[in-house]
Design a protein around this ligand. Structure first.
Ligand code: BGC
Length: 747
């Protein structure tokens, strides 16, 4: 008997029910009689947001200082699981030092639209990156004896109406895009908890969906941890418990515990269901107790340094004509833009961290020794635009280079609501135009948690640095990249579109009447732009370096385990740098709908100047599979897969084709299956062919055999269900024969 089972055996029904909801905003309930302590769960995800005693009733204000690491938008752009694991370890150390048992993160929902209000809290538009980096963070965090809460499960891709909206999504995109990252993190990193989301999926609340919380999460993926509700996500507590929602947060004041007790008493809830949920709660407490250390502490300076390193690796150099960057330390620069002095470094809502310190780019650039003139250019409250603009233009005109810090006002991006546009403030783009007119050697540095439109001004400047929201040490990281202490290696984990109207979900976001239809299906992000061969602002995977990389010698081989890929990557420039080698796979001529290319592997490779490394990547066979709805499972289709290796989804350097054997599939056959489906079925084809041949030899099935041997005719009748053919006059397929065929065709 485990310790949790032993504890469970001592509890009354009321005590068990008490373990299924919180005591307060952040604590579970203790059962002092048998020595079960309360544990603390707290946000998350890019820092420890531990509220001080006596905080507000929304659980938002006043938290203890903690390192504000780069939010997920930035971590996603690192494409580096080793680095993200280290951030996870540091988060674990801080959580442990604060007595936190579970940190509420990472959030790995797919960025379905650039308008998503919480995009800054999510990693990517792609499930492979979301899953790989999400698993890395969970592994790091949990290595410290602190649990993670993988959130928000699932299809929580917008803020509009988030507590009620139904994400109406077909099963293939649900499985292949929206659940896929969760599947990877659950199976590879075993998070202690999974947080179910507020929304409904296809009409059913995630918090009471037995298919989601039990059949898929536990049955298919083997999850054995605890499911916790998002804060306030419970609709019907008893239904939720039965569906697999173990712990309701925050507190319900005992109301829902009493509902559970009553349901057990009147026989409408199986007591075994309550036992299971209570046991999971006890197991979580045991893990947290085992991981706790009353003497734990952490090194604030070391964590600040790690936050700077991670931020530096997250910055994406979008454009750098004529080697404008990096700048010489002696450069005479005009630093323009209030964000250089007053950084935007994280988004608003439940993830808001109270940082241990805060760097700004202006001070950090000065610290390098550059000759700096600063002009705020705009005020965050929009005041005094003309005077500020004139001052900025004068500073730009007198400098060698203008560094213009632009970005989204804090009020534009937050949990709780979505954006309605992707524009920078007009005052900022007007400022930029005036600065460029005064000094064309202008570098734009952006601060934004979700993408902004760059078309319209991007062509007017030689260099653009996408700085996302970089956490408390972002100012230093920006200076590191601008002056070359760090060679940029961040890559876009989401496409920057030319304009909002080009985005795949444009006509279906955020829905109406509490329903949002995921009409773009599988075609999310680059999958859509590539399928439609559309122009984009900057493609998925893009990011420049101060050096250059060459690719050669691609080898691709299919094995039973999947597809092995190896390629030589050479640093062909004059300084050390990192390349993110990206492997995309497609299957031209597939029998099912597919994107032209999908990211299936990547590697982050450090290379000295002139160095070559052979990069080896494995694509496990199940990564090639699509979700086969009729058979309710994953299927690898037979065919010649196209493997493309490159530096972005639009910068493919090498490609090769590889033949992969498909899974043998026995799709159930019946009278409603078409002639073509019967004939392509490994068993049904034999059975039906045999029946036709037998009929022909008995002198009855001549036309049928003729039909089978006439490809033109087959094109026309292949789509007919066999039962319909059976009903034709004179058909040898009598109802009896059909019944025999169905029996024989489904061995
Ligand atoms: C958010 C979660 C967060 C929770 C606790 C909710 O509103 O959706 O991400 O962990 O609050 O603050």
């Amino acid at each position: 008997m485990t310790h949790a089972e032993e504890s469970l055996s001592k509890l009354s029904v009321e005590e068990k029910a008490s373990l299924t909801s919180g005591a307060s905003f952040w604590y579970t309930k203790p059962v002092e009689r048998v020595g079960i302590p309360a544990i603390m769960l707290t946000d998350g995800p890019h820092g420890v947001r531990k509220q001080r005693e006596g905080g507000d009733h929304l659980g938002l204000a006043d938290s203890v200082p903690a390192t504000c690491f780069p939010p997920a938008v930035a971590l996603g752009s690192t494409w580096d699981s080793e680095l993200v694991t280290r951030v996870g370890v540091a988060l674990g150390e801080e959580a442990k030092a604060e007595g936190v048992g579970v940190l509420l993160g990472p959030g790995i929902n797919i960025k379905r639209s650039p308008l998503g209000g919480r995009n800054f809290e999510y990693l990517s538009e792609d499930p492979h990156i979301s899953g790989v980096l999400g698993a890395a963070l969970v592994n790091g965090l949990q290595s410290q004896g602190v649990g993670s809460s993988l959130k928000h499960f699932a299809a929580n891709n917008q803020e509009t109406d988030r507590l009620r909206v139904s994400a109406d999504v077909d099963e293939r995109p649900l499985r292949e895009i929206y659940l896929r990252g969760f599947q990877r993190v659950v199976t590879e990193a075993k998070p202690w908890t999974v947080m179910c989301s507020y929304n409904k999926i296809n009409g059913v609340y995630a918090s009471e969906d037995p298919w989601l919380l039990t059949d898929v999460l536990r049955g298919e993926w083997g999850f054995d941890g605890l499911v916790v509700s998002d804060w306030g996500a419970v609709n019907n507590r008893v239904a939720g418990l039965a569906a697999g929602l173990d712990l309701e947060m925050p507190a319900s004041g005992g109301v829902t515990d009493a509902q559970i007790v009553a349901a057990v008493a009147d026989g409408s809830l199986d007591p075994a269901v309550l036992d299971t949920a209570a046991r999971r709660a006890l197991e979580l407490v045991d893990k947290a107790v085992a991981g706790a250390d009353a003497n734990a502490s952490y090194d604030q300076d070391a964590h600040h340094a790690l936050a700077r390193e991670a931020a530096g690796r997250a910055i994406v150099l979008l454009k750098n004509d004529d080697g404008t960057l990096p700048l010489a330390a002696s450069a005479k620069v005009a630093v323009i833009g209030e964000f250089a002095r007053t950084p935007r470094y994280q988004g608003a809502g439940s993830s808001l961290i109270n940082p241990t310190k805060l760097d700004n780019a202006l001070d950090e650039i000065r610290a390098i020794g550059a000759d700096v003139t600063f002009a705020p250019g705009y005020a965050l409250d929009g005041a005094d635009a003309t005077g500020l603009l004139a001052e900025a233009v004068a500073a730009a005109a007198a400098a060698d280079v203008a560094l213009v810090f632009l970005g989204l006002p804090g009020g534009d991006e937050s949990e709780g609501f979505d954006r309605t546009h992707i524009e920078l403030p007009a005052g900022q783009t007007e400022l930029l135009a005036a600065v460029v007119a005064a000094n064309p050697r202008t570098v734009v540095v952006l601060s934004n948690g979700s993408v902004v439109r760059l078309s319209g001004w991007a062509d007017s400047v030689p260099a653009i640095v996408e700085g996302w929201l970089l956490g408390q040490a972002g100012g230093g990281a920006v200076a590191d990249v601008l002056f070359g202490a760090v060679n940029p290696s961040g890559r876009l984990a989401e496409t920057i579109p030319v304009r909002l109207a080009d985005t795949p979900s444009f006509l279906d976001f955020p829905g109406e009447n509490s329903h949002v239809r995921y009409g773009e299906g599988l075609f999310v992000g680059y999958r859509y732009y590539d399928a439609r061969t559309m122009d984009v602002g900057y493609p998925f995977g893009h990011g420049l370096s101060y050096t250059s990389f060459g690719y050669a010698g691609l080898e691709v081989a299919a094995t039973e385990a999947g597809v092995g890929v190896s390629v030589d990557v050479t640093n062909t420039g004059a300084r050390a740098g990192r390349e993110v080698v990206q492997v995309y796979v497609g299957l031209p001529g597939s029998a099912v709908v597919r994107a032209p290319r999908e990211l299936r592997a990547f590697a982050n490779v450090a290379l000295e100047a002139g160095e070559t490394k052979r990069v080896v990547l494995d694509i496990p066979r199940d990564e090639l599979a699509y979700y086969n709805v009729p058979v309710a499972g994953w299927t690898v289709e037979c065919g010649d897969y196209l493997v493309e290796v490159g530096a972005s989804s639009r910068d493919i350097r090498q490609h090769a084709s590889v033949a992969v054997d498909g899974d043998t599939l026995l799709v159930p056959l019946d009278g409603n299956s078409t002639l073509a489906e019967w004939l392509s079925h490994p068993v049904g084809g034999q059975v039906l062919g045999g029946a036709f041949a037998a009929a022909q030899s008995s002198g009855e099935g001549g036309e049928m055999m003729a039909l089978l041997s006439d490809p033109e005719l087959m094109k026309m009748v292949g789509s007919m269900p066999l039962g319909r053919i059976a009903s034709f006059p004179g058909s040898p397929l009598t109802p009896d024969v059909l019944e025999q065929l169905v029996a024989a065709g489904n061995p």
